[in-house]
Design a binder for this molecule. Structure first.
Ligand code: MLC
Ligand code: AMP
Length: 504
């Protein structure tokens, strides 16, 4: 027996004293030192009584130790559940309860808020701060730097990532060892990564893009990463001369283009820029090439599937497309019953392959609604395949807003708005935004005779929902536009407010 994920991403680097991470303060961390910390954390989880298959929920800042916790979970056979640092206590309560997490790891600053929640849900709680301090690492003192890797099968679960849904209830996408490992290995080959690569890493590590694409690819190949806590233009520009490659959401690229220090010279030595998580405007693609001579490589993925398609490394990287299905991934354009449509027609994209998740945790009906019995996953994205085989994403069959690469499901916000005093009903839509691609707009209808206090409503939203989900603006309307079936016509609202932020 073995542990494919740990062996393939981490164990393979045992004993290497080459640089794994370049840190913002100028220090470096070797693979060996990183793996020692991970092994010690794995020992701590055993001392805490955790058993293989138990869930570890982590709401922690990006740091080398935060990544070591992921490695420790893989080594000890635990299921890693990374959580957006912006989530509020209300949101976290749901994730901890729904996942049945045995251990919660949080920032010291969140301890007072989260301790009672963890206690009520029978989870232990430890702290890990951005600088590596906290009770988790405190307990590693004197522990061995070797840990006997727990045997796992490639079908065993490695991670849960929570993704919101059209009903407003988040679902835990269950990802197996092989989902993660196979996708990382495919991307290494497709994007020609080698151990000489240095990736400029400024993405958060609580989502697919930053953790299972960027980080896993570099681990799979044994390269190094410039490990920045977040996207900061000054830092990106300072560090770019040391990097060979960068992965980012479209906002990274529009922000770089908005800065005159980002020149052809600064990026001349770069080998690859990858974009994903949200549509990259063809205009951004063209401007980027004009400025730097590099064509951004756009790819398409999801929490449930990791990466599905990619533009080619060697062939034409076509602006406005997400390229071809990756090796091993089947992609169909279907009608809503799953019948394949004639070539060139627009339909719902369905995908199947070793990358596709195992279902939603303890939600068999939701799993059955989205994952067909023949293994095809219904993405909810609308697309077509052109005559050369490039996949174009033209829209979404799901009510979803993508702001700066974060997914926001309107239903979740509408439920909070509808609960506010004086509010009869609401509709939340995404409208174009120059920095975030799309942003959230809330439209409210008052109860007869009521005049809802919009500031008060914003304050209530702040308490319940993460900052990035907050409506940028709330608008009062007499009534919502509806079709003859009584369904709210969000397309009419989107059209009405489409210039609200782009003309600002
Ligand atoms: C931050 N804010 C956001 C936001 N990010 N609001 C809406 N949408 C976002 N994405 C808030 C901040 O809290 C702040 O609020 C204000 O907006 C301005 O902050 P900022 O300093 O401009 O934002 P910044 O911290 O620079 O973050 C922007 C960003 C970041 C784009 C760099 O959001 C980011 O790293 N996004 C990447 C998301 C990602 O990894 N997605 C992958 C999902 S996986 P205030 O009030 O405090 O000023 C996936 C699958 C796949 O989709 O295919 O990859
Ligand atoms: P998430 O659920 O956060 O994993 O987000 C996945 C969704 O992001 C997909 O279903 C798409 O709607 C969108 N997405 C990811 N990559 C791209 C891309 N390159 N172009 C357009 N949309 C994308």
């Amino acid at each position: 027996m073995a542990n494919p994920l740990y062996d393939g991403l981490f164990g393979v680097h045992a004993g290497k004293d080459t640089t794994f991470l370049y840190l913002p303060d100028g220090k470096t961390l070797s693979y060996q030192a990183f793996l020692h910390t991970a092994a010690q954390i794995a020992h701590v989880t055993v001392k805490l009584g955790l058993k293989p298959g138990d869930r570890v929920a982590a709401q922690i800042e990006k740091s080398p130790e935060a990544l070591a916790l992921f490695a420790a979970c893989a080594q000890a056979g635990l299921v890693f559940l990374p959580l957006n640092t912006a989530y509020t206590a209300d949101e976290l309560t749901y994730f901890i309860e729904n996942s049945g997490a045995s251990l919660v790891v949080c920032d010291s600053g969140a301890l007072d808020n989260l301790s009672p929640i963890a206690a009520r849900l029978d989870a232990q709680i430890e702290t890990l701060n951005a600088d590596g301090s906290g009770s988790l690492l405190d307990q590693t003192a004197g522990l061995p730097t070797h840990f006997e890797t727990v045997d796992r099968d490639e079908e065993d679960l490695a991670a849960f990532l929570y993704t919101s849904g059209t009903t407003g209830r988040s679902k835990g996408a269950m990802l197996s060892q092989n989902n993660l490992l196979s996708n990382a290995q495919t991307l290494v080959d497709e994007w020609r990564f080698t151990s000489d690569d240095v990736l400029l890493h400024a993405l958060p590590i609580f989502h697919t893009h930053g953790l299972f694409v960027a980080t896993n690819v570099m681990l799979a190949v044994g390269g190094s990463m410039i490990w920045l806590p977040k996207f900061d233009l000054d830092q990106i520009i300072d560090w770019m001369p040391r990097a060979t490659s960068m992965m980012g959401v479209p906002t990274f690229y529009t922000r770089l283009l908005g800065d005159t220090r980002f020149t052809k010279d600064l990026s001349a030595h770069m080998r690859l820029f990858v974009s994903g998580s949200a549509p990259l405007l063809a205009d951004t693609h063209v401007q980027f090439e004009d400025r730097t001579g590099h064509r951004i490589l756009e790819r398409y993925g999801m929490t449930e599937t990791n990466m599905n398609t990619s533009n080619p490394y060697d062939g034409e990287r076509r602006a406005g497309t997400v390229g071809f299905p990756l090796p091993g991934v089947e992609l169909k354009v279907c009608d809503t019953d799953g019948n394949t449509l004639p070539q060139g027609e627009i339909g719902v994209l369905e995908v199947r392959g070793p990358n596709v998740f195992k279902g939603y945790w303890q939600m068999p009906e939701k799993t059955a609604a989205e994952l067909r019995s023949d293994g095809f996953f219904i993405t909810g994205d609308l697309g077509r395949v052109d005559e050369d085989g490039y996949v174009h994403i033209v829209g979404r069959n799901k009510d979803l807003i993508i702001s700066g690469g974060y997914n926001i499901y309107p239903k979740e916000i509408e439920l909070v708005l509808d609960d506010q005093p004086g509010v009869l009903e609401s509709a939340v839509i995404g409208v174009p935004h120059p920095d975030f691609g799309e942003t959230v707009l809330g439209v409210i209808v008052a109860e007869p005779g009521a005049s809802p206090d919009l500031d008060q409503i914003q304050t209530s939203v702040c308490k319940s929902l993460a900052r990035f989900k907050h409506p940028r603006e709330l608008i009062l309307m007499d009534e919502l536009p509806r079709n003859t079936m009584g369904k709210v016509q969000k397309n009419i609202l989107r059209d009405q407010y489409k210039d609200m932020f782009t003309n600002a």
